[in-house]
Ligand binder design. Structure first.
Ligand code: ZN
Length: 93
């Protein structure tokens, strides 16, 4: 008798139709994300990814760029307010 201990990394997914949680090999998942071809849940519901990993990363990058611009504007506003207060304080001395 031979016992093998094998580690398989699986991606967890939830069916968009019936909600069942199922797993697929990471390579299979990566291929479906890239080629957007259909795959099926254990209950036979066909589904496919509409965005590649690159699409998701581009969206995340765009969101971070927007956040960075917003924070930069807030920083500039804050700096202008600090400068304005310093000038007012200097006039009162
Ligand atoms: Zn299903």
């Amino acid at each position: 008798m031979v016992t093998l201990n094998v580690v398989v990394n699986l991606y967890e997914e939830q069916c968009i139709n019936c909600g069942i949680v199922f797993h697929m090999p990471m390579g299979f998942h990566a291929n479906r994300k890239r080629d957007k071809r259909a795959f099926h849940c254990p209950n036979g519901h066909a589904q496919h990814y509409t965005r590649t990993t690159e699409d998701e990363l581009r969206e995340q990058l765009a969101a971070k760029d927007g956040e960075l611009r917003r924070v930069s504007i807030e920083r500039d506003d804050y700096s202008m307010n600090v400068e304005r207060l310093r000038r007012r304080l200097a006039r009162k001395k």
